[in-house]
Design a protein around this ligand. Sequence first.
Ligand code: BES
Ligand code: MN
Ligand code: ZN
Length: 501
Amino acid sequence: MQYDLTDNITSKSTKGSAIFGVFSDKNINTLSKSVSASDLKAIKGIINNSSFEGKINQNLCIYESSNQRIEKIYLVGLGDKDKYNEKKFLKSVISSCELFKKENLKNIYFCIDSFISSDISLNWAVRNISIHINGIDYEYNDTKNKTKNKNPYKISKFIFKFNSIRKNYKENIKKYFAQGAAIANGIKLAKNLGDLPSNICTPTYLANTAKKLGKSNKKLNIKIHNEKEMKSMGMNCLLSVGNGSEEPSKLITIKYNGAGKNQKPIALVGKGITFDTGGISIKPSNGMDEMKYDMCGAASVLGTMKAISELNLKINVVCVVASAENMPSGTATNPGDVVTTMSGQTVEILNTDAEGRLVLCDALTYVSRFKPKHIIDVATLTGAVLVALGKVASGVLSNDEKLTEKIKNSSNISHDYVWELPMWEEFQSELDSNFADIANIGKRYAGTITAACFLSRFTEEFSWAHLDIAGTAWNEGANKGGTGRPVSLLTHLLLEDAKSL
Ligand code: BES
Ligand code: MN
Ligand code: ZN
């Protein structure tokens, strides 16, 4: 997709449709910088004769324009002016994108001044518009044979139409548009990895995806550890999860070196269970297909690596994906089995369905060799986080308040929501075991917290945070599909760290 900016649609301009935001007061005086006085008068008449009330998700198409270069004018509802904020802005951008798709618009003049208010920053707005318009072409088609049209809708040319362009804004728009495009590409990768079925998206497939990503940028270094190598590193706990599966487990390491060697990296660790049956502690069959999404933590850290490498950020990041398939079989781990983790601590596996923490604990021990300044793990770890936070917010639990603040700040900027749950020491005794150093499950309550407590035993020396994305990584029902969350949150965090926001 091409993009451009202009403050004047002249006879030499590209022919396209013009999009304006209109509040519920239906005041369209902001359009006067873009359409003629007689058009403005006609539009007022059309609005008054229509059911358009300027509400969010409403729009109105006006076919007539005296400007030969403007094919159609679309008004998009913004809701009440006094309630307008970033959330409403994002809603209006999403609803605009749906409109572009429905109307198959190719060239678009997006009249940005009509969408912005005094408390919405232009740079932030450009980044977010870019995320959405560059994400518009994601469609899952990989395993559909009957779908004839495998060319999803794309915008050809997107033109930011300003009332007047501030000096040097061209450079700024380039920067923030590129950030949005990179985030969109990261999200699309994460969505696709999530949506692929487990007979395609195996641990080996994730490893190959990482290798392919590695070829796109010289600053990326990929290392895949196989089961034998993991065994010799002592990663028995990770390996115990894949014991029942024919698919070999993989440990994927991606190093992104964008800064000097002595700059400590930020570590991202992703849970990559390509299918979670529960193992011997098998899950009920209802909705079990959704457990193909149990690698969405891995997908999101891979998507984030794609985004930051496209942006060539001046930071160091190390990404580790712990990938296995959790299956029941004669070789599977049994409840009550005790394994020794890479850290030396032993774990009593009381429930083989609490497998995410078992792969993550060894990955967390392994990542400490890179002496990271922070470790953030991302995992579809507990059904309990759905009870607590629904599908709106990811859970964040951490041993470092400052890191939590950074994550919350990035969440506020990206609108990729998180909510903190406490990790007080009172919860730790839930993991006491009669037969090992730690049990892999707590008792009945606070499942998200006890899962994080388990992980905390492996990150004591580090500034660490855990994101439980079991509620946010995919949509259920008719819109079943990956969301790409929290790629946006993580990329914003790394942009902030690179001082590029
Ligand atoms: N992958 C699941 C968590 C999950 C459940 C994600 C539902 C999304 C929707 C995880 O491996 C799991 O099975 N967790 C168990 C832990 C329990 C056995 C302590 C759970 O949440 O029930
Ligand atoms: Mn499980
Ligand atoms: Zn799982």
